[in-house]
Ligand binder design. Structure first.
Ligand SMILES: *[C@@H]1O[C@H](CO)[C@@H](O)[C@H](O)[C@H]1NC(C)=O
Ligand SMILES: *[C@@H]1O[C@H](CO)[C@@H](O)[C@H](O)[C@H]1NC(C)=O
Ligand SMILES: *[C@@H]1O[C@H](CO)[C@@H](O)[C@H](O)[C@H]1NC(C)=O
Length: 342
């Protein structure tokens, strides 16, 4: 039934603008009123998954099986050193020679997802052409809709437009620390969706991730910063000496994993509601190591300077949350696992 898909997409598109995806895992969101004594004293409450969440299902839509190319759009003011941390993370996804435990090992769990034909998610994730939007083309406060206009500007620019690649291109809008985006800090640190032909001219999978360093590091760069309302809890040292950007890395990993497995929001998700899908990274939000769950991050690694990380990339270390393995029903990265009380 060919007419169903466009109609459904239109309905999902309109409603998704009005509804914010619920967060099933852990971050110290203000509305959760986190309790610092729980966190400090090994509050290793396991993830409270319901069977509905754990039933990760394939809904017959496409996934990204061809070589994936990520096109960053740097919105606002970015330092060279910050771009480098993020670029090297993207390049690390397919860097199979990195020391174990590695970013490439983490991506192996994402590769376990397939489409109707049995083709796996691509192993190869490349950094594509980039675009700078240094002068805040759409202001310092963006909405979900104006984000699409920023992407439109990037793909239709008179000078060096980003290539249009609906089959395997991902457009990653990264906003600097002085930019507010709708729902940032209160409900989201990043999200992914696809562009509407009526705005951009094409259906392109995209994600937005914001630098929270000024607005809410205690939420979106947690555990490298802690919220003010959790006195006594000490932040962990970040691996690349940039709290905001190190915090973004885990959110970028989360969004890229979900874009690959659910680019048009009709492929891999759990739950009954396509408007509020629970996707493969949602199930492991806040889980970075063995034993993680609830408000406990799980066991992490420390480098000789005392910085905390859980995986190696090219020349650098990163802290990235785990993703859901639908075959063994566990949050998983190939070098550890955490059970779920179902
Ligand atoms: C925080 O959690 C601890 C241990 O679970 C509990 O004893 C304490 O009353 C809680 N504090 C608040 C403010 O809820
Ligand atoms: C492809 O997916 C199948 C099913 O999940 C899995 O058994 C297989 O190991 C995957 N192949 C690769 C290369 O990841
Ligand atoms: C995909 O990427 C690999 C290297 O990562 C390359 O060898 C291969 O030719 C690429 N395939 C296509 C169709 O571009």
């Amino acid at each position: 039934m060919h007419w169903v898909l466009p109609v459904l997409l239109a309905v999902i598109g309109v409603t998704a603008l009005l509804v914010v995806t619920p967060v099933s895992g852990y971050r110290p969101w203000p509305y959760l009123k986190p309790n610092s004594s729980n966190l400090m004293f090994g509050g290793s409450k396991k993830f409270e998954g319901s069977s509905e969440f754990i039933h990760m299902r394939y809904h017959m839509g496409p996934v990204l099986t061809a070589n994936i190319t990520i096109h960053p759009i740097w919105y606002g003011r970015w330092q060279k050193s910050q771009k480098k941390i993020i670029r090297e993370f993207i390049n690390s996804i397919s860097a199979v020679d990195s020391k174990h435990p590695s970013v490439a090992g983490w991506w192996k769990t994402v590769q376990l997802y397939t489409d109707q034909t049995g083709a796996n998610i691509s192993r190869s994730v490349l950094l594509g052409e980039e675009k700078n939007d240094r002068f805040y083309s759409h202001g310092k406060s963006l909405t979900r809709l104006s984000i699409q206009s920023v992407i439109k500007s990037a793909v239709t620019s008179r000078t060096k437009p980003l290539p249009i690649n609906p089959k395997s291109g991902l457009y990653l809008l990264l906003t600097s620390d002085d930019v507010y985006v709708e729902d940032f800090c209160g409900q989201v640190c990043g999200f992914h969706y696809f562009t509407f032909p009526s705005i951009v001219g094409y259906t392109l999978p995209y994600a937005w991730v914001g630098n929270s360093a000024k607005l809410c590091p205690g939420v979106c760069a947690y555990p490298f910063a802690v919220p003010q309302y959790m006195p006594g809890l000490k932040p962990l040292k970040s691996p690349n000496s940039d709290v905001g950007v190190d915090g973004m890395i885990s959110v970028i990993g989360h969004e890229v994993a979900e874009l690959a497995t659910n680019p048009l929001v009709n492929a891999w998700y759990a739950g009954q509601d396509p408007v509020a899908p629970v996707e493969i990274a949602d199930l492991c939000e806040g889980i970075y190591g063995t034993g993680g769950g609830g408000s406990y991050t799980g066991q992490l690694l420390n480098d000789k300077d005392g910085a905390t990380y859980n995986m190696n990339g090219i020349r650098r270390r990163y802290l990235v949350q785990w993703v859901w393995n639908h075959i063994v029903f566990l949050a998983f990265v190939g070098f550890g696992r955490v059970g779920v009380d179902a």
